[in-house]
Each structure stands twice: as structure tokens, then as C-alpha cells.
Design a protein around this ligand. Structure first.
Ligand SMILES: [Zn+2]
Length: 171
């Protein structure tokens, strides 16, 4: 692993393979995100190395793919460092600020992914979003799934998605 990659703006990266060799759960590589990184994405066009993001961050990264295309690894690193430094502590807010890409209705790709996770339309009311969150949180709650890792992953995705939409809609 080169020092470039180790210092790519993802502090957790440096600990992989060192003091976390027995850690089975891979965390999202996005700075400040504490979700599981179950969604691999190439680090640069043509690269065989992968980031591992949570679902909203993978969607965000993929959405920005065209933006990064043509940049050198150094330029990409610079950009991601800059944007992560200018954002707040809340992972959902970071996602929002990082995402320059908006659809025609002003939704960032992370927000669109969040609607997708909660299985609601992008024009859903806050009441419906809350209702759907409670329903899915109940279905995937660890207590209801005997510690099933897939359910736990889904539960965290649902929580992350709800946080993103709660920020967006201010409820
Ligand atoms: Zn993430």
C-alpha cells in the first residue's frame, strides 16, 4: 500500500491491516461515516483498488464519477480532502455538502439513495417518511432478527437514510 493511498483523506484506511486485522466488519471509507462499507467502488477509473462505502456514500461516489474522471489520483485526493474539511461533523450533512450533483428536483444523489433505502418516492411527505422509517426500523431491528448481520446492515442503512432526509426536510 503506497503512502498516497494511506493518506487519501480517509483516516480509517491507515488502520486496516495493522491493528484491525481481526476486524471482520468493514466500515465505510468516507470520512466521518460510521456505517458499514458493504459497497465497493473503484478508487479511480481503471483502478483495481476499491473503496468500500455504505450505500448512500457509494451512490454519492458513483454520482460524482464523471467529475473525478480524468483527474489524477492526486487531484482526486485533493478534491476529496478539501470538501471533507469544509463539512460538518454529521455524516449525513457531509454527504449533502459533498454532493454537487442534483437532479432536476434539487435532490442530491445521497438523498435519492436515502429515499430508495426507505422505499418512498422523492416527493413523499415527512409523515410518510417517518411512518416508513418506523416500519422498516421495526422489521430490521437487531432484536427482531436474532443478530442477523444482513438485517443489522439494513437497519443501519435505514437509520442513515432517515437521518439524511430528516436533515433535508427539517423534522
Ligand atoms: Zn458512508
Amino acid at each position: 500500500m503506497s503512502s498516497d493511498i494511506k493518506n487519501f483523506g480517509f483516516p480509517r484506511w491507515g488502520s486496516y491491516g495493522r491493528d484491525k486485522e481481526t476486524e471482520a466488519v468493514r466500515m465505510c471509507d468516507y470520512t466521518g461515516c460510521s456505517e458499514r462499507g458493504d459497497h465497493p467502488a473503484p478508487k479511480s477509473p481503471g483502478s483495481s483498488e476499491r473503496w468500500h462505502f455504505c450505500r448512500p456514500h457509494a451512490a454519492e461516489y458513483n454520482q460524482n464519477w464523471n467529475f473525478f474522471e480524468g483527474m489524477s489520483a492526486e487531484e482526486t485526493k485533493q478534491h476529496m480532502n478539501d470538501t471533507s474539511e469544509s463539512s460538518g461533523a454529521f455524516a449525513g450533512a457531509r454527504t449533502f455538502e459533498w454532493g454537487g450533483a442534483m437532479d432536476s428536483d434539487g435532490n442530491s444523489s445521497a438523498e435519492l439513495a436515502a429515499y430508495d433505502v426507505l422505499e418512498v418516492d422523492a416527493d413523499s411527505s415527512p409523515d410518510l417518511i417517518k411512518k416508513q422509517y418506523r416500519k422498516l426500523a421495526k422489521i430490521y431491528h437487531p432484536d427482531a432478527n436474532s443478530g442477523d448481520p444482513a438485517a443489522a446492515t439494513r437497519f443501519h442503512e435505514v437509520q442513515t437514510a432517515y437521518d439524511i432526509l430528516r436533515k433535508k426536510h427539517n423534522f
